[in-house]
Design a binder for this molecule. Structure first.
Ligand code: FES
Length: 134
């Protein structure tokens, strides 16, 4: 004879919501410049105090641009797959949720549900071969 399982006294708690910030202090080292292909992209999560910043950096034609990882359409992070912010030929940034596409070096949305909107810039710079926040 088997016993009927008893339900837990209380439902498990869901993890606390993580506070988000939308800017970063300057001069935080992110990665070596050589770590991002051309064209290529990479995502970053920085903990700032108790809060977290989510951003990504893209490279096109030797130039870098950084953006807050938040789609202007519905506010979701763009990449569904880690570090894959670009379409396969690298010509555009893609939001994997509803297909918005953006120019890599300006963040201008050129197609999809938020055409005419723009990604929020995240200033980055390169010093001594290291990509840093600016
Ligand atoms: S959230 Fe990016 S296209 Fe909808």
């Amino acid at each position: 004879m088997s016993e009927t399982p008893t339900p837990p006294e209380s439902a498990p708690e869901s993890p606390p919501e993580r506070a988000r910030v939308w800017t970063t202090p300057a001069n935080v080292a992110l990665c070596a410049e050589a770590d991002i292909a051309d064209p290529g992209s990479r995502g970053f999560v920085l903990q700032i105090g108790e809060a977290f910043f989510h951003g990504f950096v893209v490279r096109e034609a030797g130039q870098l641009a950084g953006y807050v990882d938040r789609c202007p359409h519905q506010g979701f992070p763009l990449a569904i797959e880690l570090d894959r912010y670009l379409v396969p030929d690298g010509a555009l940034i893609l939001c994997g949720w509803h297909g918005a596409v953006f120019k890599p070096l300006t963040g201008d949305c050129v197609g999809g549900p938020c055409a005419g909107a723009r990604l929020t810039p995240w200033p980055v710079t390169v010093r001594d071969g290291v990509i840093r926040t600016a």
